[in-house]
Each structure stands twice: as structure tokens, then as C-alpha cells.
Ligand binder design. Structure first.
Ligand code: SF4
Ligand code: SF4
Length: 451
């Protein structure tokens, strides 16, 4: 196992320091959004095999009822997030672009009748297999953005010796504060979720990594860990972006370096986000599938920034309106934060399980999009936490040199956006790197098909 210098712990190598903009929502208690009139629930909200609909137009569904599933191991079912009638199973606009298959449910009256999961009397007495089954049936995926099915992460191959679990409380993206608020408002539930995860992984070493711009969360977590005698280590981390990326967090908290092309479990670690631990608690203890989550609505174009608990499939517009609406018609709206988020053109798109924020910025606040030629300043290289040469990767992609893209490690890019953030020439480095990944994959698939 590769160990980095222990003195380098508490943060990782390179990275950037964007303005945080968290104060606009971090001090305000979260609130629950009233039930939406309708939801649009995509059949696929995870990495892995897509689900097939289990309902059809005209069916009545209860909150929490499974409405789509797959036989594949690497997949995750989806559930109705309101009680109502299925209006359509069809393609609708999606926040990742294009139109994708979704289940459109319209609410019937004021009822919010739940269909709960089967759950044990006590999670402590339940078997590991029972817990994994509940997590799978609850449709839990990584809620930090990756949306990898959690039951798969809880089942490392036998040749991987996992010895540490890290709960990711970094929340390093500017504007986002929902994990921060959850740590303050749902402390014990999150800690129980973490204990359940560690039982599934059969390990006893747990670390809670929190950037030290959330000292109140560090304090409350430490105080509850002590009071409940859980033995977890609460690890404050220096503020730096992208510390919430798994590989960076592992370097910062444990000084271990995930090898090129490797996974956290290659260095004995599993990482989950705060919201994922909370979802595990809700499923195992309360029998509730993943049908709602807390997300941040913030940015200088939002009248009343804050954190909302919303049902999955609620439109962006409904969430923004609940925060006083947009102050400017020219505002740019992102799903997620401004570093890794995706710009939105249609506010009727639905929130997903992994939507941690809706950030709305006045156009005057956005980085100028005018682009200049590369001046070979090397700032992108100095910012890249993955030790890549972003300027070269982008250039190779732009000039269709896809073999060179691959050789220079395009797939190691975590798409954090640090390189583009520091580039004085405004070059869309990450977009070109994404193009490079797609083209290299296409080429590799073609070679395989012809072999
Ligand atoms: S090349 Fe990828 S990993 Fe490196 S800074 Fe740019 S986006 Fe981040
Ligand atoms: S930061 Fe921009 S201008 Fe500087 S080397 Fe990288 S791509 Fe070129």
C-alpha cells in the first residue's frame, strides 16, 4: 500500500482555493419543501444498468413504492416520491441533457401514504446480508454526486482488504452547505448510518473528514462521538478544493495514495458522503427508501438562499421558487456547485437522488467566457490534484490525437475543474478532456468489436 508523507496529511497536494460563498445559507436551519404537485422520476439515477418501469400509465402509487428496478447487481431501484397516479412513462428533459425515460406522477389530494421497507427490530442484531439487502432495496446510491450503488460499495471483492471507512463531510464546492446543515441537524442519525455502514464492511476504524471552515460541525460531531462512545476519529481538514473527491480525501485523512487507475478499496478504504449515511439510517431504521434529500439552493441570483429537503423528481423551478425565485432573468443555473456543476437551460428538469445543490448566479458574477490562446504559463499543471498536464490533454483532444490523450492519463482526470479555474486564457480545459475520454473510449470499443 502506497503511503504519502504523514506531514502532508490534513490536506492533499495541489488543488485551488475558490471563494466559498457558503455564509449565505450555512447559518439558516433547513426546511422541508411542501409536497410537489407532480414529480418526474428518471429510471436511471445511478452508475450501472438502467432500470425498467414496474408501473404504467394510470397506476396508483404510494410514496416509497418501488416503481422501477433491474436484475443487474450494479444497479439501483427507484421509488415513487409522492402518492398519486402515474400520468406517463416517457422521455422528458433531464438535467444531464437530452430527454431520458422517466415516470411522471401527479399527486392525488393531500395523501402521503407510505409503503415502507421490511426492516429488522434492531440493526445491531441484523445480519450483514440483511443490511445490504435493505440498502439495495431502498435504492441508495452515493449522494455526493457519483451515484454509485451503495450496496455494491458495501461488497468489496475478497482480495481487497478494507480497513478504514471515511465519512466525507468536506463539501468543498462553493455555495453548497447541505452536508454542513445535515451534520448540525441530523448528527445522531448520520452517526448511526455510519455505524451501519461499518457493520456492513466488517471494520471498526472510522474517520469523519470535515473541512475546518465548518468548525461547528467538527465540534458537534466530536461531542456526539464522545457521548455515544463510538470511537470514530473526527478529522478536521484544511480548506482546499477538490478535497471532497475520494482520492484527495484519502490522501488528506490517511496519507494513502490511490494508484493510477485504481479505486479507494485498492488502498483499503471505502468513502461515503454524509447524505448517503443519512439515507442508510432512514432505510434501515425507519424503513424509508431514498425518495427525498436535502439540497442547497443558493447564489447571488436567488432571493432567499437556503437548504431544502425535497422529494426526488421535484422540478428545479419549484425549488427555486420556494427560495423566493430568481432575481434576474439572465441568471445562470447550475445543478451542483459552479466548479463541477452542469449549466441548466430548462428549469422544469427534475432533481435527482444525487442533486446536492442548485446554484443560480447573476451573469455579471460568471467568469468571462472569452477565450485566448494558451500562453504556456503552467498554472493548470500546478493546480491539478491528479498530477496531470491539462493543457496537453486538452490540446490532444482538440487536435484528435486520442492515443496521446490516453497515454497522458486522460482517464485519471476527476473533472474537478481546478485547471480551468486558474487558466488565465479561459480555455475550456475540462470540456476538451471530457471529449478526449469519450473519443478514446469509442476507439477502444471499436478495436474490441473488430477483434
Ligand atoms: S485535469 Fe482533471 S483532475 Fe486535473 S485539474 Fe483539470 S479537471 Fe481536475
Ligand atoms: S493555465 Fe491555461 S494558459 Fe496556462 S498553460 Fe494551462 S492552458 Fe495554457
Amino acid at each position: 500500500m502506497s503511503e504519502m508523507s504523514v506531514s502532508a496529511a490534513n490536506t492533499f497536494h495541489r488543488g485551488v482555493h475558490p471563494d466559498e460563498f457558503k455564509a449565505m445559507s450555512s447559518g439558516i436551519r433547513s426546511r422541508e419543501l411542501p409536497l410537489p404537485e407532480e414529480v418526474f422520476i428518471p429510471l436511471q439515477q445511478h452508475i450501472g444498468a438502467p432500470c425498467e418501469a414496474l408501473v404504467q400509465k394510470g397506476d396508483t402509487v404510494k410514496t416509497g413504492q418501488k416503481i422501477a428496478d433491474s436484475q443487474a447487481f450494479v444497479s439501483s431501484p427507484v421509488h415513487a416520491s409522492i402518492t398519486g397516479v402515474v400520468r406517463a412513462v416517457a422521455a422528458f428533459p433531464h438535467p444531464l441533457g437530452g430527454r431520458v425515460p422517466m415516470i411522471h406522477i401527479v399527486r392525488e389530494g393531500e395523501a402521503d401514504e407510505w409503503e415502507l421497507l421490511e426492516r429488522p427490530e434492531s440493526w445491531e442484531a441484523a445480519s450483514v446480508e440483511t443490511l445490504k439487502h435493505i440498502v439495495r432495496e431502498a435504492g441508495i446510491v452515493g449522494l455526493g454526486g457519483a451515484a454509485f450503488p451503495t450496496h455494491v460499495k458495501m461488497s468489496p471483492p475478497e482480495d481487497k482488504h478494507v480497513d478504514h471507512f471515511i465519512l466525507n463531510g468536506c463539501e468543498c464546492e462553493p455555495f453548497l452547505t447541505c452536508d454542513h446543515r445535515s451534520m448540525l441537524e441530523e448528527t445522531d442519525n448520520i452517526l448511526t448510518g455510519m455505524s451501519i455502514i461499518m457493520k456492513m464492511l466488517k471494520i471498526d476504524k472510522g474517520i469523519i473528514g470535515i473541512e475546518n471552515n465548518k468548525q461547528d460541525a467538527v465540534d458537534v460531531m466530536q461531542s456526539r462521538v464522545d457521548a455515544l462512545q463510538l470511537g470514530f476519529k473526527v478529522q478536521p481538514l484544511k480548506v482546499k478544493y477538490p478535497q471532497g473527491a475520494e482520492k484527495m480525501l484519502i490522501a488528506a485523512a490517511l496519507g494513502r495514495k490511490v494508484p493510477t487507475g485504481g479505486l479507494p478499496m485498492d488502498v483499503g478504504v471505502v468513502v461515503n458522503n454524509i447524505a448517503t449515511a443519512q439515507a442508510v439510517y432512514n432505510a434501515v431504521v425507519n424503513g424509508k427508501p431514498l425518495i427525498q434529500r436535502m439540497l442547497t439552493v443558493a447564489g447571488d441570483a436567488v432571493a432567499e438562499p437556503g437548504n431544502l429537503t425535497v422529494r426526488v423528481g421535484t422540478s428545479f423551478k419549484t425549488c427555486i421558487d420556494a427560495c423566493g425565485g430568481l432575481k434576474s432573468e439572465t441568471a445562470e443555473v447550475f445543478m451542483g456547485g459552479p466548479m463541477m456543476g452542469l449549466s441548466q437551460y430548462d428549469l422544469n428538469v427534475p432533481t435527482l437522488k444525487a442533486t446536492s445543490g442548485i446554484v443560480c448566479l447573476e451573469s455579471s458574477q460568471l467568469k468571462k467566457v472569452k477565450q485566448y490562446p494558451c500562453i504556456q504559463c503552467g498554472r493548470c499543471v500546478g493546480a491539478c490534484p491528479m498530477n496531470l498536464v491539462p493543457t496537453r490533454l486538452a490540446r490532444f483532444a482538440e487536435t484528435a490525437q486520442y492515443d496521446a490523450c490516453n497515454e497522458w492519463g486522460v482517464f485519471n482526470c476527476v473533472e474537478c475543474g481546478s485547471c480551468a479555474f486558474v487558466c488565465p486564457s479561459g480555455i475550456p480545459l475540462v470540456q476538451w478532456i471530457r471529449v478526449g475520454k469519450v473519443k478514446v473510449t469509442e476507439k477502444q470499443n471499436k478495436v474490441k468489436a473488430e477483434a
